[in-house]
Design a protein around this ligand. Structure first.
Ligand SMILES: [Zn+2]
Length: 54
């Protein structure tokens, strides 16, 4: 295992810059492939994360 990734192979969820809650990674179908969005339970989607681009 690489360090700094969770059981899904993703980096640790960031905290919401607005409220400090940990953001939940959610997968969704992007334009052509699966992508990950970090979602704050209060403020909604923070940003997307493409696991196929580093
Ligand atoms: Zn928030």
């Amino acid at each position: 295992m690489d360090d700094d990734v969770d059981e899904h192979g993703l980096p640790p969820a960031p905290e919401c810059p607005e409220c400090g809650n940990p953001m939940e990674p959610e997968s969704f179908k992007g334009d052509e492939r699966l992508q990950i969005a970090y979602v704050c339970p209060v403020h909604g989607v923070g940003w997307t994360f493409d696991p196929f681009v580093s």
